[in-house]
Write a protein that binds this ligand. Structure first.
Ligand code: APR
Length: 249
């Protein structure tokens, strides 16, 4: 879609009606054998169709979350913040850890754009508000709601990949900080392991101030650990199944 450079700050793109998102959604859904994909799609759509696209709240997706009935295993959840690519490059090859996007909730819509319009029962994939255009937009509310569901279901040891290439690896504005960390409670969650991803341009380490803040906001009783892990180490472990997952870092 073509971005409208009108400088009006509306954050809108030129609209075209889409049949594509439903097909993509259903195709991705079918990979998860235990889902009734038509029901899941109907519940998903009901959250945002026939509404002004800046009035979709996180609660609107509750029936959808219910329809997907999400049960990740303990000790496998991997959160990420500013590390989407490296986190997924790992979980796509190794199944000891799963990100939101490896679960049905994240996988069905990862990378997609969607919204509704008042007076229409269609799903649109362009002409939608940009992520930052308004608080209650269909995609932002979705990712907030889905992230909350993953955090609610996380148990045992949980991990997060944070970036050692920025001054504030634990960004207080991120979904990880505002939604995920706040929903981790002891004793359901035993420990949070930070994997601080060190690329060649690393600017910090596990002593980082924002990571101290992370320890301070963690629910009492949840253990904390941080490891500086080079990108090379992560890549090596992703591509070598001989290395036990627990020995990756
Ligand atoms: N597709 C598109 N946008 C996404 C996705 C996704 N799969 N997941 C998150 N977003 C949005 C977030 O709202 C955020 O604005 O993209 C941006 C990624 O931001 P980061 O600052 O890198 O990370 P963070 O805000 O912490 O969000 C990532 O949220 O989706 C969950 O479990 C996931 O732990 C992860 C965290």
């Amino acid at each position: 879609s073509v971005a409208l450079g009108l400088g009006l700050g509306l954050g809108l793109t030129i609209g075209r009606r889409s049949g594509g998102i439903k097909d993509t959604f259903l195709k991705r859904c079918q990979k998860f054998k235990d889902l009734n994909c038509q029901n899941v799609w109907d519940a998903f759509q009901r959250a945002y169709i026939n509404r002004d696209p800046c009035t979709v709240t996180t609660d609107a997706y509750d029936p959808f979350i219910e329809a997907v009935s999400f049960k990740p295993q303990c000790n496998r959840v991997l959160f990420w913040s500013k590390t989407k690519e490296v986190a997924h490059s790992f979980t796509q090859k190794r199944d000891c850890l799963v990100t939101l996007e490896d679960t049905p909730l994240g996988a069905m819509v990862d990378g997609l754009t969607w919204c509704g319009k008042k007076g229409s029962n269609e799903t649109f994939s362009s002409g939608c508000p940009e992520y930052s255009a308004c608080e209650n937009n269909p995609m932002r509310s979705y990712w907030n709601r889905a992230s909350a569901a993953l955090a609610d279901a996380a148990c045992g040891d949980v991990s997060v990949m944070l970036s050692g290439s920025i001054q504030t690896p634990f960004d207080p504005e991120s979904i990880f900080a505002t939604i995920e960390v706040t929903r981790l409670h002891s004793p359901r969650v035993r420990r949070l392991n930070v994997v601080l991803v060190m690329e060649k341009n690393a600017v910090t380490n596990c002593e980082n101030k924002s990571l101290k803040n992370l320890q301070n906001v963690l629910d009492a009783g949840i253990g904390y650990g941080c490891k500086e892990v080079t990108r090379d180490q992560i890549d090596k472990c992703s591509s070598d199944p001989e290395i036990a997952c627990g020995a990756c870092w």
